[in-house]
Design a protein around this ligand. Structure first.
Ligand SMILES: [Zn+2]
Length: 493
């Protein structure tokens, strides 16, 4: 498989014509033939690939949602219906003439039998899983073909982030888990030639060993979940460690707030690292890849790979595609993967600034850019946080409020019920730790004030604890992702 080396310089016309031709071929030759889910829809007349004359016709195909894939009692292996699975007995009659001649060429040149070549293309060799709590885990399958795509996407992440072979060294703090973030960073390190220490994060190595690694390896880039990178940089800064080797921080798996960015800058400056680029990334299991901002400007948007997939933004209510720069839900369509494949997948992620098609004013790449300010609509549902005391609370806002207080070191929010009584009203408790010599009474008053101003209700309790105690609540060294906000309303009584 070959990838375009000038993928980031194509004109928008070239991007669109390439996407249309790839999409048509992919749907006709792969998806409606080998995906049990889409081939069934096609037979029922609900997936009319024949209507696809221009890219805008994509809107005639139905959406795919997380609900279509999560296991049910009648069908516990529902996600398998999204895996491309040619029948070994009949596959040869379903291949295109071009593919057949490629297989013959493969046999002549590399001595590989057509059957073994087909196995390489379709056989599952690698899995990641979604992290959904209430919805159950959905495994996502990669064939060797997809692993090559993962490596290419990873290489492009390093490229957009400005990391260079022979110059940079990356410290990967994402947890070892079957989650995309860790593996795309690992794959990209291998394919770009930028060395990486893939530590597994606090749960695997522990904070002290990670701090030692920073001292000895002198990484130029640190990548991980914002909450954990915060934890590491805060301690490094308190210990007066030399951080001057660091040129960029890449954050993923959770939203990066302005508060994070400001605090990271302060910690880094105290360790002698000026002008550090703080980049956020966007990825999701179903895309089998991730995207990053470029370091040349501030929040220039996630640089997409137009030859590897199609992004649309749709109105959350009507489902109609919206124009450039308009807000809406992010919808993703794969155009050349194998293994698990989704078409018009509704991510549940909402973008305020939509997609921009103008070349990036900072780095000049011509790729579409997904504006950086995203909200994950589904998380609120999963965590059951939509309503607290009858008010819709966006937990990203809580994060912003807390980070605005320089004196707060660590924090956790617990949503429960008053007196632990399931019939009572909701209660909100803040567990916070403060810097030495902070004025506790003034801070408590100010937090209540800021919180009430934003949410129209006050937290019920603010409990001040030692940083170690709050870190234990968060599971900073024991959990894959720290438990920043916990909802125990279902466990009361
Ligand atoms: Zn750029």
């Amino acid at each position: 498989m070959r990838f375009a080396s000038n993928w980031d310089k194509w004109t928008i016309e070239k991007q669109r014509s390439y996407q249309l031709s790839m999409l048509k071929k992919f749907l006709v030759n792969q998806v409606i033939r080998f995906s049990p889910h889409y081939s069934r829809l096609h037979k029922e007349g609900k997936f009319q690939v024949e209507k696809l004359k221009t890219l805008d016709d994509l809107k005639h195909l139905p959406f795919t949602t997380k609900l279509d894939m999560i296991p049910t009692e009648e069908n516990p292996a529902k996600s398998r219906e999204f895996i491309l699975q040619p029948n070994p007995d009949t596959v040869s009659s379903q291949l295109t003439t071009k593919r057949k001649s490629e297989l013959i060429a493969g046999k002549l040149i590399r001595g590989k039998s057509p059957k073994s070549q087909i196995l390489d293309e379709y056989l599952p060799v690698f899995f990641t899983a979604t992290t959904g709590r209430s919805a159950g885990q959905v495994p996502f399958v990669y064939s060797s073909h997809d692993v090559l795509r993962l490596k290419e996407a990873g290489k492009r992440l390093y490229d957009v982030a400005g990391m260079v072979k022979g110059k940079d060294f990356l410290l990967n703090l994402f947890p070892y888990a079957p989650h995309l973030a860790f593996w795309v960073v690992y794959a990209g390190s291998e394919s770009s030639g930028v060395p990486g220490f893939h530590s597994g994060g606090g749960k695997t190595l522990g904070t002290h060993r990670i701090l030692d690694l920073i001292s000895t390896l002198k990484p130029t880039n640190i990548t991980g979940v914002p909450g954990y990178v915060y934890h590491i940089l805060r301690i490094a800064s308190e210990k007066g460690m030399d951080l001057s080797s660091i040129r960029s921080i890449a954050l993923g798996a959770e939203r990066t707030t302005q508060g994070h960015r400001d605090k990271f800058r302060r910690f880094l400056q105290s360790g002698g690292a000026d002008n550090v680029a703080i980049l956020s990334t966007y990825g999701f299991t179903e895309a089998k890849m991730a995207f990053i901002e470029c370091p040349e400007g501030e929040q220039m948007g996630y640089h997409l790979f137009p030859d590897m997939g199609i992004f649309e933004i749709v109105d959350t209510e009507s489902g109609e595609p919206v124009g450039e720069g308009q807000p809406g839900e992010i919808v993703y369509t794969s155009i050349d993967s194998r293994g698990s494949v989704v078409i018009r997948f509704r991510t549940g992620d909402y973008t305020k600034g939509g997609i921009l098609y103008k070349p990036c004013p900072a780095c000049g790449r011509t790729v579409p850019r997904l504006t950086s300010n995203l909200t994950r609509l589904t998380n609120k549902k999963e965590l059951n946080l939509a309503k607290v005391k009858g008010t819709l609370v966006n937990m990203n806002d809580v994060d912003e409020i807390i980070h605005a207080f320089n004196e707060i070191v660590e924090w956790q929010v617990e949503i429960g019920k008053v007196n632990n009584d399931p019939l009572e009203t909701d209660s909100v408790t803040f567990y916070i730790s403060l810097k030495k010599d902070s004025d506790q009474d003034r801070l408590t008053r100010e937090i209540v004030h800021e919180f009430t101003k934003r949410f129209e209700f006050a937290p019920n309790r603010i409990v001040i604890e030692s940083t170690d105690d709050v870190l234990k609540r968060l599971g900073m060294e024991t959990e894959l992702k720290e438990k920043r906000i916990i909802d125990i309303r279902n466990q009361c009584g």
